[in-house]
Design a protein around this ligand. Structure first.
Ligand code: HEM
Length: 480
């Protein structure tokens, strides 16, 4: 009878174990490390109650797959956020939409544009962009700036049919609103959490938390810019994602403004994420000369000195592949991923998971699981030489997993293999004393590996005659 009663009333089961206000370990200054220490203490599923919210932390890949993938029908929503939903996005950013028909429609747009087959056709743009990138590093060490140009060129070309046009007015406006959003988010970050935990605070007049008003104003501006850029892309000469979606019958199922907003957010998502991984790549190289040498040996023997690495070399460069897998394991850019929410009561490992709980897969903790990775805190690409599954970690789980995975993975390969082939990457002796004359140099020197390398880079990097429009017409789906 007890067994039957417990089965039929999952809410009678206890919540997963976890810390309370009185039972530390309480936060270290890094949230992912804090969650990881809770996993070690309480197990692979941890719960913590804060204000009216229940947060479930999944600390192993197994738990994340069991719930977020295998039970994806109920674990694919997002927690509500007063700040995002009422002020900054007003429900228009698909990445934060609750699970339902509106999200499904936008997700279908994303899958159309970013599935494996479509992503392969974008390699031509990534090829040209990365040739320019290695060429630029001949004269500057400011790798952040160079990576930003690369990722924004690729996204500007795809979404709006522009690209290779850094002074473009639309590009500047898009960049500006994004910088403003980052500024507001950074300033408001902790306060937005408090707002969600104590929603009554939102009743306070605007003057007490005026960042809410700033966010709402920014939303209006963002919407305006996205729509103007979207309309301009429709009138543009070449194929682009805006036009591709506009021509799809399902685009009529959402207001045009919402479609523009959704693709504008996709543009932003594609730029900063990939740039961050590439930056991590550089800082990792500086401290891991042995791994770099090994990758360069492989590149020298497979590619030689007469040409740059190409996408076609990918399968013949297992160590470079392992280097990339290890890079994203060792330094995930989103250490606790993006939280999911569960839409109905559930039970897992004998514990109750309540409806509306926020469910976080602790990506950094999963990557540091000692039962899976030996000496997990050591950067060691070799560990991936034995693992045939080269799926990169850090792109989320289940139905909400990152739709940009294939595009990002191709960028990692082509940029990383080319930069490793071309340069010695070392810490500058005197930070800021950049021999290439860039005062904003972040303290890393890129020295071309030989004169022959330099010649190939110079030849490959001069793409001034290249026409983005023509390339986009070539990759247009009906043509491929
Ligand atoms: C370094 C590369 C990237 C990383 C590490 C990354 C990581 C992630 C993660 C962890 C999520 C949340 C997954 C989840 O909820 O389980 C996500 C979602 C998302 N990513 Fe990425 N991403 C990257 C690149 C991109 C690119 C290139 C694009 C677009 C071109 C993109 C577009 C998105 C979108 C739209 C979502 C929201 C999906 C949804 O909620 O349905 N990402 N990404």
């Amino acid at each position: 009878v007890t067994w039957y009663y417990q089965r039929s009333s999952p809410s009678r089961r206890p919540l997963p174990p976890g810390p309370t206000l009185l039972s530390a370990p309480w936060p270290e200054n890094d949230i992912a490390r804090t969650f990881h220490s809770w996993t070690k203490r309480y197990g692979s599923v941890v719960s913590v109650k804060i204000g009216f919210r229940t947060i479930i932390i999944l600390g192993t890949r197994q738990a994340a797959q069991d719930l977020l993938e295998r039970r994806g029908t109920i674990y694919s929503s997002r927690p509500s956020s007063i700040f995002m939903d009422r002020y900054l996005n007003k429900g228009l950013n698909p990445a934060f939409m609750p699970y339902g028909s509106q999200w499904r429609l936008h997700r279908r747009f994303y899958s159309t544009l970013l599935n494996v087959k479509a992503s392969q056709t974008y390699r031509r743009l990534q090829d040209i962009g990365s040739r320019e990138l290695v060429y630029e590093l001949l004269t500057t060490n400011d790798f952040s700036d160079v990576f930003y140009r690369y990722t924004s060129d690729v996204m500007l070309s795809l979404v709006y049919g522009k690209g290779q046009n850094r002074d473009d007015a639309d590009h500047r406006r898009l960049q500006q609103i994004n910088e403003m959003a980052t500024f507001i988010l950074q300033n408001a970050s902790f306060r937005t959490i408090i707002l969600d935990l104590f929603p009554l605070l939102d009743k306070l007049p605007m003057k007490f938390m005026n960042w809410r008003q700033q966010a709402a104003q920014l939303h209006d501006l963002t919407r305006e810019v996205y729509v103007e850029c979207g309309n301009a892309a429709l009138q543009g000469k070449s194929w682009n994602w805006i036009r591709e979606i506009y021509e799809r019958p399902e685009a009529k199922d959402a207001p045009w403004e919402d479609v523009c907003y959704s693709l504008g957010e996709l543009y932003v998502a594609g730029i900063y994420t990939t740039k961050m991984v590439l930056e991590n790549f550089v800082t990792t190289c500086v401290d891991h000369a042995d791994a770099v040498r090994k990758a360069q040996d492989e590149l020298d023997s497979v590619v030689g000195m007469e040409r740059l690495p190409e996408f076609a070399d990918m399968d013949r460069l297992p160590f470079v592949g392992a280097f990339i897998s290890e890079l994203v394991r060792w330094k995930p850019i989103s250490s606790i991923g993006v939280p999911h929410a569960v839409i109905q009561d559930d039970e897992y490992m004998g514990f109750h998971i309540p409806k509306d709980a926020t469910v976080i897969a602790n990506q950094w903790g999963i990557n540091m699981d000692e039962s899976v990775f030996e000496s997990p805190e050591t950067f060691n690409p070799e560990r991936y030489m034995e693992i045939s599954d080269r799926h990169l970690s850090g792109f989320g789980f289940g139905r909400r997993a990152c739709p940009g995975y294939h595009l990002a993975k191709a960028s990692f390969f082509i940029v990383i293999s080319r930069v490793l082939w071309a340069y010695r990457i070392e810490r500058e002796v005197e930070v800021g004393d950049d021999p290439k004359g860039n005062s904003s140099s972040p303290g890393v020197a890129f020295t071309v590996r030989s004169l022959q390398h330099q010649e190939i880079i110079s030849k490959g990097g001069k793409t001034s005659g290249y026409d983005v429009g023509e390339t986009l017409e070539e990759i247009r789906p009906s043509k491929s």
